[in-house]
Design a protein around this ligand. Structure first.
Ligand SMILES: [Mg+2]
Length: 245
């Protein structure tokens, strides 16, 4: 068989390029621009392994004392550290535990214990869009403080300057359409001028219902759905300016 004939038999995996006319881009983090495994396999085990060391090394830090006092109040148990460890073991998102994990991750990032991974095709696209003048925003369930750390200490260095602003669930749940309306208000755009990209269909439904354009990002074996425009590589997307903006 000739080379050309062999080539003709190859399945066509490339989809048609996706052209989206918007003025701004809103991005989820986990599963969208970074592997979900980073949080599960790196961040949480690190916080778990370092918890006792961190508490004893920082026992005189007023913030740590506050956390221990809160843990005693919240659990009603005299042993704050045992209470925090029990929440951790049972994956209870108690505020004192979350605060402490944030502090441990902060020290982990700053000491170079780990860096955050970004999908290379995502980063290439963000750099292109940023240069082309499309403001990029983040909306993640991790706190804004955790998002700042995530982008300050990446495999590719400090990427904070790529992003205009960051939103977390203080603005509302990611599956609630009102959250997307509030984000649009805050960034000073109409919902139709913003595209939201996520691996999570429930989030995309809320964003769509709020009037945003949507892209379902298929990384990490995310299942495909017929309901949303999909990409598996960011090079498939071309952003054009929304004529209404
Ligand atoms: Mg996600």
């Amino acid at each position: 068989m000739s080379a050309e004939a062999t080539q003709a038999l190859q399945p066509t995996l490339e989809r048609a390029p996706l052209r989206i006319n918007v003025a701004a881009v809103l991005l989820d983090i986990e599963g969208t621009l970074s592997p979900i495994s980073f949080v599960q396999d790196v961040l949480f085990p690190y916080a778990k392994a370092k918890l006792r060391d961190y508490l004893s090394a920082n026992a005189s830090d007023p913030a740590v004392r506050d956390i221990l006092a809160q843990a005693r109040d919240l659990s009603g148990a005299p042993d704050a550290i045992a209470a925090i460890e029990a929440w951790q073991a049972n994956d209870v998102k108690a505020p004192p535990l979350k605060k402490l994990q944030g502090m441990i991750w902060d020290s982990g990032y700053r000491s170079g214990a780990f860096v955050s991974p970004i999908f290379p095709d995502a980063l290439a696209a963000f750099r292109r869009w940023h240069v082309d003048g499309f403001p990029l925003y983040i909306y993640s369930s991790g706190s804004v403080q955790a998002q700042h750390l995530f982008f300050e200490f990446t495999e590719e260095g400090n990427l904070r300057s790529l992003f205009e602003d960051y939103f977390d669930t203080e603005i509302g749940p990611k599956t609630d359409l009102a959250s997307y309306q509030r984000i649009a208000d805050q960034i000073g755009r109409r919902p139709q001028e913003i595209v939201f990209m996520s691996d999570n269909v429930k989030e995309l439904e809320a964003a769509r219902d709020a009037g945003l354009a949507t892209v379902h990002v298929l990384k990490d074996r995310t299942p495909s759905t017929p309901d949303f425009r999909e990409i598996s590589d960011y090079s498939e997307i071309t952003l054009g300016l929304n004529p209404a903006s």
